[in-house]
Design a protein around this ligand. Sequence first.
Ligand SMILES: C[S@@+](CC[C@H](N)C(=O)[O-])C[C@H]1O[C@@H](n2cnc3c(N)ncnc32)[C@H](O)[C@@H]1O
Length: 319
Amino acid sequence: MNPMAFVNRLPNPARFARRLDARRSEAVGDVLAQHRVLVAEARDAFEALLVGDGDARDEARVDATARVLLDALREVGDANDVTVNAARWVDRALRSERLELLDRASVPASVKRFTMQMLHAVNLILDSYGVWAGALDTALAEVADAHVYDLAAGTGGFMRHVARRSRPGKTWRLTSTDLEPEYVAIGERRARREGLAITFEPCDVLDLRHTAGVSLFVCTQATHHLSPGQVVRMIASAVRRAPRGILIVDLQRSLFNVFATAAVLGTMMQPLLHDGVLSVQRSYAPAELVLLAKLAGADVVTTSMPSATYTVMHAMGRA
Ligand SMILES: C[S@@+](CC[C@H](N)C(=O)[O-])C[C@H]1O[C@@H](n2cnc3c(N)ncnc32)[C@H](O)[C@@H]1O
């Protein structure tokens, strides 16, 4: 393994932040119950959007509700625990919704293409694909035949990594998708050169109506590019369409991760530095993902933090 990969496997030092997140996870049910009326209206709105009947007002309603609930959850701390309250203060200072270069219309396509290329290189150097593959194995532990559908997959590096690994006794069909047809085409060319059996197609995470026979949707390092309402719609659609639901892997929002990302990217991949640090700041904390998944109607939601770098959330419709 590349020596740099140890960064992705460091034990999580964000003890106080984890304690704060645990408090917030416990409060998710109360937050949903306290906003019963808003939740019911948002659910009507995204049901309409999921079947193609919704409009911009429905999109705005889902997003506004998700933001109200997130704000309520972010108020949760612990008056008697100074470390939890300090973690809350740090988290508030850290959080950002500033747009990454990748999401700005004014940034030329060539710069975005280069950034995506760098991201793939970082994923390889840090063995991020290996960490996510472990989470995928866990999510599909009891499933022999599966169709894995990667959303917002960029140039498809993760599915190419999965396709190269041997899985005795398992037959997985793999599909890699992204909103940008150019990234999809690059991924398809690379997979063809290696003779890997992966289907590539353009797909908007907000419209999964064309998908059929998917066992598990996957979304890595992309949830923080979506607004809260968009995250809810993606999860709502995924848990209705796939028996194993959706596996989300994203960066952990922590001070440690800001410094680690700045140190790694600043020394190796300067052009990615801006988006890398902002990605950490934009990321949803585990308790926030649980809240959004529950709002989306997921019944079974589990989260883990396999290292200091990533949050993993697995949401399913039914037990
Ligand atoms: C930071 S990249 C992550 C790529 C890859 N999943 C990875 O982990 O390296 C974010 C990706 O999300 C894609 N994206 C953003 N909004 C999307 C949407 N609504 N539907 C599908 N893909 C989207 C972008 O085109 C970009 O490729």
